[in-house]
Write a protein that binds this ligand. Structure first.
Ligand SMILES: NC(=O)c1ccc[n+]([C@@H]2O[C@H](COP(=O)([O-])OP(=O)(O)OC[C@H]3O[C@@H](n4cnc5c(N)ncnc54)[C@H](OP(=O)(O)O)[C@@H]3O)[C@@H](O)[C@H]2O)c1
Length: 444
């Protein structure tokens, strides 16, 4: 039985969960891994709080240096959050020869390249299973389970807060603000939910997944990101009539010209497996050239689900320490080809579109719009005009919905700009991208 000494920095939601699992599941972990994992020290900036999993005094560190200078500590688990503080902490810990486990997706998406390069230089391992999709072991799946595959596409629902809100809007007819309030009340959304709602969090996660899948560093700044803050319940309802469910989808795929990475509200066919992923759950679909399509489902956040992933990293790194091998052959780096990924920048991608215009109910409007669409090579798949359904709208003003076939985002934007210049159009057109078997999704 080999002893592994672990220190946690940051004792909040996830930190408490990790300590709880390490203590309560000690016997199970010994049986499964033959490791005696010892939580030696924990540092957090304020010990004068009530904790979900209270700790004995002797493991509460009074300073970070107590951990960094302790030569017996093998693994430092960073669970603070943010970017600058954990960047410095992890850099210092690497230089002190400690392996790292983190669940911090913001840090890895924004500064991952520097961290992984440094770690590689010092032969340090970095575990980050908890950083994407919480308890779902998707990082290990990409690195190990699917190692024999060229990844063609990876996409999924990577943010539980927004999925909860969209589910409430879809199933119970709530408006966005009401659904958000409810999510906050239940603890599914933070007091400041900005990074979830505006798609940044899902963007961080898909940047990490794309780096692992396609073998180069995906620069987060180049990813196309749109959140759910302006989603109108009306479009969720119209979409449903057309057979679609709205999800905040994160997509990364190699389209031949480079890797396309985008996060935006997306209509999916109602019978697609991701359409059935409701509430705070996450799910990821991965298509590999040899395995075909795979799907992973589970809790994407929360104290114990995330801690389950963090502890799996501790055990994994602990095993290689115990074996005394693995450091040299381990790919520590997310960017395994040591290059930046060539990203297809928005708007150079193709997909299908749902567009809602607000127009007068009169002859010629549709002809006007379809002429402009034709000019930009946009082919119309379906048109639905809603009768007086919207009491909110002035007399004789109606929603006109157009579903297109696969078209260029570039051309769509130009067409909408041209259409919007006409005084026939009474409000900014609403555009929602559609992914189905016609364009991107596998035909089931
Ligand atoms: N919560 C989840 O479900 C979840 C899921 C996946 C990944 N993650 C990631 O896991 C990390 C931790 O999240 P969390 O939800 O556990 O956050 P949290 O509840 O806010 O906990 C963060 C902890 O770190 C402490 N801390 C922050 N800055 C510090 C500093 N400069 N020095 C010392 N301690 C510091 C905080 O102290 P105070 O209490 O004094 O502020 C708190 O104890 C984040 O990177 C997050 O993105 C979270």
């Amino acid at each position: 039985l080999k002893s592994i000494n672990v220190a946690i920095v940051g004792y909040g939601v996830v930190g408490n969960g990790v300590a709880e699992i390490l203590v309560k599941e000690k016997d199970l972990l010994v049986k499964k891994s033959n490791l005696d994992i010892n939580l030696k020290k924990v540092f957090t900036r304020n010990w004068n709080k009530k904790f979900k999993f209270p700790l004995p005094e002797n493991i509460k560190a009074k300073s970070l240096n107590e951990i960094l200078e302790d030569r017996d500590i093998d693994i430092v688990v960073e669970l603070t959050g943010g970017v600058e503080f954990p960047y410095k902490l992890i850099t210092d810990a690497i230089l002190s020869g400690k392996h790292i486990v983190t669940a911090n997706k913001a840090l890895l998406a924004e500064r991952g390249k520097d961290i992984f390069n440094l770690a590689e230089k010092y032969k340090i391992r970095i575990g980050f299973e908890g950083a994407v999709a919480g308890g779902i072991p998707v990082i290990r799946t990409l690195r190990e389970g699917l190692v024999a595959n060229r990844i063609e596409k990876i996409y999924g629902i990577l943010n539980g807060t927004t999925n909860y809100i969209l589910t409430e809007m879809t199933k119970y007819g709530k408006e966005f603000k009401e659904a958000l309030k409810h999510a906050q009340k239940l603890g599914y959304a933070e007091a400041d939910p900005t990074l979830d709602i505006n798609g940044t969090d899902a963007g961080h996660k898909i940047a990490i997944l794309a780096s692992l899948s396609f073998g180069g560093f995906a620069d987060f700044k180049d990813i196309y990101i749109e959140g759910i803050e302006s989603v109108d319940k009306m479009d969720i309802d119209f979409g449903r009539e057309l057979g679609y469910i709205l999800k905040l989808l994160a997509i990364a795929k190699d389209n031949g010209n480079g890797v396309e990475i985008r996060v935006h509200p997306t209509f999916l066919p109602a019978d697609h497996p991701l359409s059935k992923v409701d509430g705070v759950f996450n799910a990821v679909m991965i298509e590999g050239n040899n395995v075909g399509e795979t799907m992973f489902y589970g809790k994407g956040a929360g104290s114990l689900p995330t801690a389950s992933a963090v502890v799996s990293d501790i055990v994994d790194i602990g095993k290689s320490i115990a074996l005394g091998v693995g450091r040299e052959i381990e790919i520590t780096s997310m960017n395994w080809e040591h290059k930046d990924l060539k990203l297809v920048k928005a708007p150079d991608f193709y997909t299908r579109y749902y567009i809602r215009f607000t127009v007068p109910d009169k002859v010629g409007v549709l002809a006007f719009i379809s002429n402009i669409f034709a000019k930009y090579n946009i082919s119309i798949a379906a048109v639905i005009q809603k009768e007086k359904l919207e009491s909110k709208l002035a007399k004789n003003i109606v929603p006109l919905i157009i579903l297109t076939h696969t078209a260029s985002e570039n051309e769509i934007q130009k067409a909408l700009e041209e259409i919007s210049r006409s005084n026939l159009v009474k409000a900014k057109p609403i555009l929602i991208r559609v992914e189905d078997e016609e364009n991107n999704l596998e035909n089931k």
